[in-house]
Write a protein that binds this ligand. Structure first.
Ligand SMILES: *Cc1c(COP(=O)(O)O)cnc(C)c1O
Length: 391
């Protein structure tokens, strides 16, 4: 495979000025990701700061209802309440090992910004978070959170004042401050080496899950299911099972309202190959290549692209990608809360909703792991503000 590519996907489609910091990052990654001191320090932080390993929880009540064995990988129990911290802490530590003092990030709903600000505070790095001016207004509480953590939030007034303008502003800043600044991308997206590096930091999820299910049940799972926005929690749990061909890998995308003409975020089901944010992958776009807006009730799934490695997994048939609609995700949100006493993030609720639809269709020996990427406390306003009525 060509360097920086996953099959036909990935690569480095960036302006000339971005090549030097990307090359520097690639060299640092190659040097430090296998370095004993770096690994020891990161593992120490994972154990004592993040709270790893997270449990693999067997759902006694739902398993009985569904007729098969349901397990949850509890990323919702990490510090800050979602898997994003695995990546931001990894990149923040790498920033220090590179001898840089500042970390920047872009954020839409604010979750990646908060996770970056957290890691920066802990490791003593200066932190700037670029955020569309409209998002700054809409996500006032997350802005306060980031400021509390010592980060500076920079409102971006250009364009549509949302995520894509924040990404452009962060890239411009990185180009002019590359000597002392690292750009922390929040998912397995963007130009090489980001998709590879972020997957390496998130693969701790799948490594743990594999050991835990073998220890608790004596064998591998039959299916591993995760929601896909950019694709980092999914790739993190999928990758360690890649060689285990008997384990089916299923990514779940957000179908939005499901109404004809409404926007959605089902990039792998409804997108076409193209280039976005420096990488070749599947995108939501018109026939003329205009990027379409995405939409989902789950803020973290609202992205018009997807990590190139997922497009590759789909192209070789190693993983399949399904669609779940807002209403189904909300039902799953209520179900898990009531049946197991766990309030899931709306993103994770998409993965769960797909699995709930398998009720009665699998043997009672079938084992399914759902990656519970985050906790749902952050989503209560959305849930209670929606017109969905619980049945
Ligand atoms: C951000 C987020 C996601 C989506 O991001 P991926 O890169 O696709 O994992 C999923 N779940 C939660 C809880 C998130 O915060």
């Amino acid at each position: 495979m060509l360097k920086g590519y996953f099959g036909d996907f990935g690569g480095q489609f960036v302006p000339e000025l971005l090549i030097p910091p990307l090359q520097e990052l690639e060299a640092a990654m190659e040097r430090f990701l296998s370095d004993t001191d770096f690994k020891r320090e990161l593992n120490h932080l994972f154990a004592n700061y993040v709270g790893r390993p997270t449990p693999l929880y067997y759902c006694p009540n739902l398993s009985k209802d569904l007729g098969f064995k349901l397990w949850l990988k509890r990323e919702d129990l990490t510090h800050t309440g979602a898997h994003k911290i695995n990546n931001t802490l990894g990149q923040a530590l790498l920033t220090k090992y590179m001898g840089k003092s500042k970390i920047i990030a872009e954020t839409g709903a604010g979750q990646h910004g908060v996770a970056t600000a957290t890691a920066a505070a802990m490791l003593g790095l200066e932190c700037l978070v670029f955020m569309g001016a409209l998002d700054v207004q809409r996500q006032a509480l997350n802005v306060k959170r980031m400021e509390l953590l010592g980060a500076k939030v920079v409102p971006v007034e250009s364009g549509t004042k949302t995520l894509k303008d924040a990404i452009n502003a962060a890239l411009r800043y990185w180009i002019s401050h590359q000597e002392d600044t690292h750009y922390c991308i929040g998912s397995v997206v963007g130009p090489h080496p980001f998709p590879y590096m972020v997957r390496e930091f998130q693969a701790v999820i799948g490594k743990e899950a594999k050991e835990q299910i073998i220890e608790q049940s004596g064998r591998l799972p039959d299916k591993v299911v995760a929601c896909v926005g950019g694709g980092s929690n999914a790739m993190g749990i999928f990758f360690p099972f890649f060689e285990d061909k008997e384990v089916e890998l299923i990514g779940v995308e957000a179908g939005g309202s499901g109404k004809p003409g409404d926007y959605h975020s089902a990039t792998l089901n409804k997108g076409l190959p193209g280039v976005l944010h420096g990488t070749k992958t599947n995108l939501l776009q018109t026939k003329d290549g205009q990027i379409l807006p995405s939409h989902s009730i789950a803020p973290g799934l609202d992205y018009p692209g997807v990590g190139p490695e997922h497009t590759y997994f789909q192209s070789i048939g190693r993983a399949k990608y399904e669609v779940v609609y807002d209403k189904e995700a909300l039902e799953a949100f209520y179900t898990l809360s009531a049946k197991e006493g766990i309030i899931p993030a709306l993103e994770s609720s998409h993965a769960l909703a797909y699995v709930l639809k398998l009720k009665g269709k699998l043997s009672n020996q079938t084992q399914v792991i759902v990656n519970l990427s985050g906790r749902g406390d952050k989503d209560l306003d959305i849930v209670f503000g929606s017109d969905f009525v619980q049945r």
